[in-house]
Design a binder for this molecule. Structure first.
Ligand SMILES: *Cc1c(COP(=O)(O)O)cnc(C)c1O
Length: 398
């Protein structure tokens, strides 16, 4: 069977591979502790589930307009005003089947062979792959823990070519957990505007921020910034709605129009029931979201404190999302009890899983081999037990 060049270029998701291995061990009855989860462990809040049930009962089960119902668009518009101080019109909003789908559509609508898209590493695994699927070239720029994994204007400058079309910013970030300060975004935006680069801002963890941090959207940094920015957001992470599959884009009307055309010939509008539930998510009282965030913050504190207590492990305290991104590279080069050397994040995570039944995601999957991603979207008990096991495993290395 011959397959397209397009599909052969795409790498399978490494995060899913680790997860599969952990599940296999679990199925064998092993006591595995998993820090691989890329989603909240909380259930979708009751008020949102009820809205979904009401939608089914009201026979809200037909095709909706391709870009989402007007009611959902209006809820997104209200949200953008309330949370980001931004004013959008309906023709500047499009809902899709998850934020992943939003970015996929965007890439398909914007880029051709030869176009370059700047992606800071560590990155969310799907970004470079979706750029490749569009035929364009991901230009990966390594960022450092000394700057909490945030890209600087100088770094962007160095990677700029005549083919550079866009810069992708994910704040707060998956996998690092760090969010950009407003001043940092202002500097990047100024540079992008001077060089005619589109800014793509993935803000899906917007509400999951700690220590009183204020989230800033690039689009809110001025009229020109807004025109030149595509905001990607969705309900998956902040409202514990990963299975409902609703994401959205707020952008210039011309971009939204092209994406709507693509969506009209591919998926059509997203699920009608999920759209109805998402209206409640965005418009209803956010006490449930705030309670989840408070819990995430406590777990972050525990996880990071326990991790930094392990000799050879360092971990900056993230200010958003539900991931920590510890650095294990000081342990690379050591050997396990069978004399096998740990060469990098793949070896290390494999060792933890085999030796202590703890599943974490190797940083190499996100373009940073020194680190690994550990989700704290799991119970405090599991965090305490899991990190204790990591400490024991590290002690066994020679
Ligand atoms: C989870 C995630 C998404 C995708 O979420 P959907 O479930 O497709 O809405 C997008 N960006 C980042 C950075 C994510 O972590």
């Amino acid at each position: 069977m011959k397959f397209s060049k397009r599909i052969e270029q795409v790498n399978p998701s490494m995060t899913l591979a680790i997860d599969a291995k952990a599940k296999e061990l679990k199925a064998k009855g092993e006591d595995v502790i998993g820090f691989g989860a890329g989603e909240p462990d909380f259930d979708t809040p009751e008020r949102i589930k009820r809205a979904g049930i009401r939608a089914i009962e009201a026979n809200d089960t037909h095709y909706t307009p391709v870009g989402g119902t007007n009611e959902l668009k209006d809820a997104i518009i209200t949200k953008m005003k309330r949370d980001n101080g931004l004013v959008y019109e309906r023709n500047e909003i499009i809902a899709s089947c998850g934020a992943k789908h939003s970015f996929y559509n965007l890439a398909q609508a914007l880029w051709d062979e030869g176009d370059e898209v700047i992606i800071p590493a560590p990155y969310w695994v799907s970004f470079p792959e979706m750029v490749v699927l569009a035929g364009a070239k991901p230009v990966i720029i390594e960022t450092y823990s000394t700057n909490n994994f945030k890209i600087t204007v100088d770094q962007i400058k160095e990677s700029l070519t005549t083919n550079t079309r866009a810069i992708l910013i994910n704040t707060p970030s998956n996998p690092t957990g760090f969010a950009y300060e407003k001043s940092e975004l202002e500097a990047i935006t100024e540079f992008a505007l001077q060089n005619n680069l589109l800014l793509i801002s993935d803000e899906i963890y917007e509400w999951i921020i700690f220590d009183g941090f204020q989230h800033s959207s690039i689009a809110s940094l001025g009229k020109e910034a807004k025109k030149n920015c595509v905001v990607i957001n969705g309900v998956s992470k902040c409202y514990a709605m990963t299975g409902w599959r609703i994401g959205y884009i707020a952008a210039d009307a011309e971009i939204v129009k092209k994406i709507t055309k693509l969506q009209g010939q591919s998926t059509s509008g997203p699920c009608s029931i999920s759209q109805a539930a998402s209206i409640e998510a965005l418009m209803g009282p956010h006490d449930d979201v705030i309670a989840m965030v408070r819990e995430f913050e406590k777990r972050r504190n525990t996880m990071v404190d326990l991790l930094t207590d392990i000799p050879g492990v360092s971990c900056n305290k993230p200010n958003g999302s539900f991931y920590s991104f510890p650095d294990f590279s000081a342990l690379y080069g050591k050997k396990d009890k069978n004399g096998n050397a740990i060469h990098g994040s793949l070896d290390f995570t494999e060792y933890l899983l085999t030796e202590k039944k703890v599943a974490i995601v190797p940083g190499i999957a996100f373009g940073s081999d020194a680190n690994a991603r550990m989700s704290f979207a799991t119970s405090m008990e599991k965090i305490e037990e899991g990190v204790k096991r990591i400490k024991e495993a590290v002690k066994l290395l020679q």
